[in-house]
Design a binder for this molecule. Structure first.
Ligand SMILES: [Zn+2]
Length: 404
């Protein structure tokens, strides 16, 4: 069925940004259309432009008048860990009160705390928590959400969480697009002697099983000192290539272990965090299709330094921003709000910030048919009740998204 939205105050189309593959973006690459119309069917955008220029063939279609509203490409959150049991509120307060990592670990904090919290919950409870959190993200205008497993950290629970994400994906189909990322390689449970032992006995055997069920969209690994090393990452990536499943990594967060460079050279969809990435990693990313996903919410939440975004942007890297929503290091689930706060602090221009949560975030998930409002692309967009697109990121902390 063909739909026609007319009298839209502004469409932020990102036409030019799309032509430039999300790199080296200038303010005018927002490609705003004033007093606009949008014509689309279930599969693709058919026409967009000024309402006054609407081709006669679409005049007969039923119209929805969107006076006083603006459209942007759909908001995408390309990095979340939203299936977890329990919370880490006490740990957060302890940190504010001066506790260090060891004291928090002694008090039962840290990722292994979330592992216990997740393992103590039944499948139906985790499903219900997941459903509630997805609804909340959707209420901000986020239409595509990537969800990682990674708090089960044993064969059976990681399997169950991947199935939970798959069930939520089916349940939300048509409303919220969910991508299922398998991340059993999130941390190493204490019962294993080495990262290699855990990888060989749990992560890879379960991946092989999941591959036969065809429910995993991508595989992720925590490539950091004290977690998984370069050899582990290469081993997992090579298994992914064999199984033809896309892969990505958490890299260069604590130190520059050349994680971004490895991810770019291996053809990862994205590599995320990148606080410590140096020039060789940045140039490897610039000459690859791998998206650099920055997670500034984590820096704000932990009170730590941020990635040097301009180094990536100026080198021609495709940069995305995601929430990293998780119980420990970023209990903040609103990627649009995070982007608004990031723009002046990490020196993004408006096109860079919008591309980071739409076009480039979609590319970070391998979704090349969305991210801009141009004919031929999928009809995925977010609608906001604001007079101009500039108001969306100007009003910090307010939500203008409407569901139509
Ligand atoms: Zn993460």
């Amino acid at each position: 069925m063909i739909k026609h939205y007319c009298n839209i105050s502004q469409i932020l189309s990102l036409k030019k940004a799309h032509e430039k593959d999300g790199r080296n973006l200038l303010p005018e690459d927002l490609s705003i259309i004033e007093n606009a119309s949008l014509v689309f069917n279930d599969d693709e955008i058919l026409w967009t432009g000024r309402t006054a220029d609407l081709p006669a063939e679409y005049l007969k279609e039923e119209r929805v008048d969107l006076t006083g509203h603006c459209l942007t490409p759909e908001i995408v959150d390309s990095h979340t860990h939203l299936i977890f049991g329990g919370d880490r509120a006490l740990e957060y307060s302890m940190r504010l009160n001066g506790a260090d990592y060891e004291e928090i670990a002694k008090a039962g904090g840290g990722i292994l705390n979330s592992m216990t919290g997740t393992n103590s919950m039944e499948k139906h409870e985790l499903l219900s928590i997941g459903r509630e959190r997805i609804e909340r993200l959707a209420s901000y205008g986020v239409g595509t959400i990537e969800i990682k497993s990674g708090y089960g950290l044993n064969f059976d629970k990681e399997y169950e969480v991947t199935q939970i994400i798959n069930e939520l994906k089916a349940e939300f189909k048509g409303r919220v697009q969910i991508l299922n990322t398998y991340m059993a390689a999130h941390a190493i449970p204490k019962s294993f002697e080495s990262s290699d032992q855990y990888l060989s006995e749990v992560v890879i055997p379960l991946l092989e099983k999941l591959a036969t069920e065809n429910i995993v969209d991508a595989v992720d690994i925590f490539h950091e000192e004290g977690y998984f090393n370069t050899e582990d990452v290469k081993k997992l990536f090579s298994k992914c290539k064999q199984l033809q499943i896309p892969f990505k990594s958490h890299a260069d967060e604590f130190n520059d272990n050349k994680g971004a460079k490895l991810a770019a050279n291996e053809g990862a969809l994205s590599t995320d965090h990148l606080l410590q990435t140096t020039s060789d990693g940045i140039s490897a990313l610039a000459s690859s299709d791998t998206v650099a996903t920055l997670l500034p919410g984590t820096g704000y939440f932990l009170g730590k330094p941020q990635a040097n975004a301009r180094n990536f942007l100026d080198a021609g890297v495709k940069v995305s921003i995601a929430s990293d929503y998780n119980p420990g290091s970023c209990h903040w689930d609103n990627v649009l709000q995070i982007a608004a706060i990031t723009a002046p602090n990490l020196k993004f221009n408006q096109t860079e910030i919008w591309s980071a949560i739409t076009l480039n975030a979609a590319h970070a998930l391998g979704l090349k048919s969305q991210g801009a409002i141009i004919p031929g692309l999928a009809p995925r967009f977010s609608v906001f009740k604001v007079p101009t697109v500039h108001h969306i990121t100007y009003h910090w902390g307010r939500n203008f998204f409407i569901s139509i």
